[in-house]
Design a protein around this ligand. Structure first.
Ligand code: HEC
Length: 425
């Protein structure tokens, strides 16, 4: 796994993970805003309350006695690909791997809501998990529309790939919202609240929002100019060959990739180009992987005749005719990256050498360690490449969450952060 943050833990699936149809737990991406909670099953229960006729307290056994449903679905972080946006935006710098495909088993959320007698006045369901916030940040909670909550595919899952949901992935119960980004897939679920108006907490009204239309790169937007992240976008990733590979002229090369879609899935086709997008041909999609919400692997055979430097591209489309753009659509939090995948290979030449890894940056000034590295390690900071104004906003955000920055230190921290982790650094 590619380690983005050691504490809280954020791990990205390597590119080779796309070669599995169902993602094994050792390659399953990990995204935690705070530390993973230890759930005590002796006291665990699920509360269902709010706009319902009969509030419920359910044990895992109660849930297991209800009719079980199973489906295969991709779970993808809204920020998958954030690290590819230019100008760069703050946040974990995911490239391709904050995604996994799994078989989920559990009960329909609709069945639980009906059992509680959900009222017609309900507009959203708000989910909370057992994780606890750090410092003064707000507790991570997310809501989804009542329409999506009552969808027959929305589950409360207790199994992932035929085993109890692993601790890191939400044991004992995780919300599964097929077609939507993972921020709605609340882990360690303990409560469901049916709301009669939209929830206005931090994690819906400030975080996980994006503009409805593309904006000029670098535009600053306020949360009310954006809407919550919901459906995933159709996307494909080429995972073999890898960028910079060397290929012998006249030899047969199988181009392999994986494609998926959101609410408007399934993926219905993938086009491949071996000449940097001039001409396109249909790839072969795995026939036994045709599901609405799971991913689908594809391949394309190519025999490059002449030596040269070739750009291979892939572009998927979904059942509603959506396809991938060729240019990024920048947004302030770096969500929804789904640019057509491209990989350059050298036919008849040398493989290109991977970039040298950078040397360690100098330690921060004064009390930087106690002020900035008490909740998380420095890797959260070193992966950013932000402007001075963006670093200034990060310091304000972290101070609001409880970082203790002495007034005389603020400018020194800002200078240190900008000069070591500025754009292009
Ligand atoms: C009270 C705990 C706490 C302290 C102290 C703290 N942070 Fe954070 N910080 C967090 C959490 C929690 C996250 C991750 C949020 C997430 O994953 O969504 C985070 C994330 C970040 C990120 C990633 C971008 C983002 O906004 O998510 C940066 C950069 C960062 N912190 C910088 C700093 C700096 C600089 C300081 C010192 C001024 C600091 N942090 C002090 C809790 C803290």
């Amino acid at each position: 796994m590619k380690v983005l943050s050691t504490r809280p833990e954020d791990l990205e699936m390597p590119l080779s993970g796309f070669s599995d149809y169902l993602t094994p737990v050792e390659h399953f991406f990990v995204r935690t805003h705070v530390y993973e909670p230890k759930v005590d099953m002796a006291s665990w229960s699920l509360k269902v309350e709010g706009a319902v006729a009969t509030p419920l307290t359910l044990s895992l056994d109660d849930l297991r006695k209800m009719p079980a449903h199973e489906l295969i679905a991709v779970t993808e972080c809204a920020g998958n690909g954030r690290g590819l946006y230019d100008p760069q935006v703050p946040g974990l710098q995911w490239t391709t791997g904050s995604i996994a495909n799994a078989r989920w088993r559990g009960v329909r959320l609709a069945d639980v809501l009906r059992k509680a007698g959900v009222k017609s006045s309900g507009v959203e369901t708000l989910f909370d998990g057992a994780d606890v916030p750090l410092g003064t940040m707000q507790d991570f909670r997310r809501s989804i529309t009542i329409k999506k909550a009552l969808d027959e595919n929305t589950l409360l899952a207790y199994e992932m790939n035929g085993a109890p949901i692993p601790q890191k992935h939400g044991f004992p119960l995780r919300v599964v919202v097929p077609g939507w980004a993972s921020d709605s897939w609340v882990k360690w679920l303990t409560s469901i609240n049916v709301l009669e108006k939209e929830w206005d907490g931090f994690w819906m009204k400030n975080a996980y929002r994006q503009p409805t239309h593309p904006v000029a790169p670098g535009t600053a937007l306020t949360p009310d100019q954006m809407v919550p992240v919901t459906s995933l976008r159709v996307k494909s990733v080429i995972w073999s060959p890898v960028a910079g590979a060397s290929v012998a002229p006249g030899s047969r090369l199988t181009i392999r990739g994986t494609a998926w879609a959101g609410d408007q899935g399934p993926v219905t086709g993938v086009q491949v180009s071996v000449d940097n997008g001039r001409t396109w041909r249909g790839a072969d999609l795995a026939r036994d992987q045709y599901t609405q919400f799971g991913w689908r692997q594809f391949q394309y055979e190519w025999v490059p005749r002449d030596a040269g430097y070739y750009t291979i591209m892939a572009r998927a489309n979904d059942a509603n005719g959506n396809t991938q753009p060729f240019e990024p659509e920048w947004n302030p939090s770096g969500y929804g990256w789904n640019v057509a995948s491209s990989v350059a290979v050298n036919v008849g030449g040398e493989p290109s050498r991977p970039a040298q890894s950078a040397s360690a940056p100098p330690a921060g000034p004064g009390d930087f360690r106690s002020a900035c590295l008490s909740c998380h390690e420095v890797n959260v900071i070193t992966q950013q490449h932000l402007t001075r104004a963006q670093w200034d906003r990060e310091i304000t955000k972290m101070t609001n969450w409880g970082a203790q920055v002495k007034p005389e230190d603020r400018d020194r921290f800002l200078d240190y952060l900008f000069s070591n982790f500025g754009p292009g650094k």
